[in-house]
Design a protein around this ligand. Structure first.
Ligand code: URA
Length: 431
């Protein structure tokens, strides 16, 4: 097989076979095929697309380029969830303990944040002492014992995807649905879970800006999952405004704790319960979707989900005393952002709110950047809220950095008018 022939084949619009895709991925991972030829191939894929089978072969070849996690020692059905990334998305922090409190096994490897979207591992590190690295045996033992572990990615999961993603980033080939779907699914298929719910975000704070594109991505990922023998459900959920109110690492832990104590914002609770109900059914712990939702709501209200969160934090070395008053995890320096207008909040550009938190130091511009875990913002208004001129629309938790820029990003991100708008959060379910 010659790579130049395969580039020409894709350029001319023909599908690549399983063997051809494996040849490309193995050759690229081992350094036998150079970046310039893969760049040409990526651009050909960008224009000529890939069908469902090709996308599945690509996901599987990238999965097989590195380590897969073996969860077979843990009895029962193991579940996982994945979000395509949004602003204020702290669902994993709530969902994991909530599901584990109802008997589901939640063995999760999470990532760090990049750009305007945060990462669960950074958020958990804002709890003093919390260890995000566990040996593989300890990870398995902890899930067997308390039903949950949340750790950072270890080992060499899908190295072909890491290399390809870096190349896509500099060759303008990131925005290609088959490449995005196979990239995400290569890592999910390596995660060892039997059932996966994908939370595909749509809106200006998300990767997918339109519902049509989000549906295409969701359908393809579900299909790849099925062809690979996993149970995969995708939900399309809105990222027209940030999820919940708090954005920033310790701030999101704070809001997750409020939610686990039955005092969470409605949008965060709704998305968490919807994903949770699918996974309770997938794990064969419940058979009726509506009953599953009621059970999840009850576990948030009666303290059992929070108890499980404390067990998780303790098991991973976190200092529980520091959680008695989670506001102590936040920067003491605050600045209010005052509204310059009166009326209804009609739109909130989640991307710009995410950027505001990033400018304050909560997010990374590049993978190498360091972040401040105690900074971010608390958005007091959501779409549909009424605001008076001079009223605080957000509290910034700051160090020295980015305060004026964050303020102007927030003021520009929020459109105020005379219409009381309502948005639909859970848009579609794709199985
Ligand atoms: N997230 C991924 O993991 N891969 C992509 O290609 C896009 C988003």
């Amino acid at each position: 097989m010659h790579i130049v022939d395969l580039i020409a084949k894709k350029r001319d619009g023909y599908p690549l076979t399983k063997e051809e895709i494996e040849f490309i991925i193995q050759g690229y991972t081992k350094g036998k095929i150079p970046d310039y030829q893969i760049s040409a191939l990526l651009m050909a894929i960008y224009f000529e697309n890939m069908n469902d089978e090709e996308s599945t072969y690509l996901a599987l070849a990238m999965r097989d380029s590195g380590d897969s996690i073996d969860l077979s020692e843990i009895p029962g059905i193991k579940v996982d969830k994945h979000s395509t990334g949004g602003v204020g998305d702290k669902v994993t922090l709530v969902l994991g303990p909530l599901l584990a409190s109802l008997g589901v096994k939640f063995a999760k490897m999470s990532g760090r944040g990049l750009g305007h979207t945060g990462g669960t591992i950074d958020k958990l590190e804002s709890i003093p002492g919390y260890q995000v690295v566990l040996e593989a045996e300890d990870f398995i033992e902890q899930v067997k014992k308390i039903g949950i572990a949340i750790v950072g990615q270890s080992g060499d999961v899908a190295p072909a995807d890491k290399k390809l993603y870096a190349l896509r980033d500099v060759t303008a080939t990131v925005e290609c649905i088959p490449l995005i779907a196979s990239s995400i699914m290569s890592k999910k298929l390596a995660s060892g879970a039997d059932a996966i719910v994908l939370d595909v975000k749509v809106g200006h704070g998300a990767f997918m800006k339109t519902e049509a594109d989000a549906v295409k991505l969701a359908k393809l990922m579900v299909e790849i999952g099925k062809l690979a023998g996993k149970k995969v459900t995708a939900l399309l959920t809105g990222m027209d405004e940030p999820l919940g109110h708090k954005i920033g690492n310790a701030l999101e832990v704070y809001e997750a704790i409020e939610t686990l104590n039955g005092e969470g914002p409605k949008d965060l609770v709704d998305v968490t319960v919807e994903i949770g109900a699918h996974l309770l059914l997938d794990a064969q712990i419940e058979t009726d979707f509506e009953v599953a939702k009621v059970k999840l709501q009850e576990a948030l209200q009666n303290g059992t989900a929070y108890e499980k969160f404390l067990e998780l934090v303790e098991a991973q070395g976190g200092d529980l005393d520091r959680l008695d008053d989670p506001s102590l995890l936040l920067s003491k320096n605050t600045v209010e952002v005052l509204s310059e207008k009166e009326g209804y909040v009609m739109d909130i550009n989640a991307l710009d709110i995410g950027k505001a938190a990033m400018r304050l130091g909560a997010g990374r511009e590049t993978k190498e950047d360091t972040i401040d875990l105690d900074v971010g913002l608390d958005l007091h208004k959501k779409i549909g809220s009424y605001v008076k001129k001079g009223e605080s629309i957000a509290t910034l938790y700051v160090r020295e950095k980015g305060i004026d820029e964050a303020k102007s990003l927030i003021l520009n991100a929020i459109s105020i008018g005379n219409q009381e708008k309502h948005i639909v959060l859970i848009k579609q379910t794709i199985k």
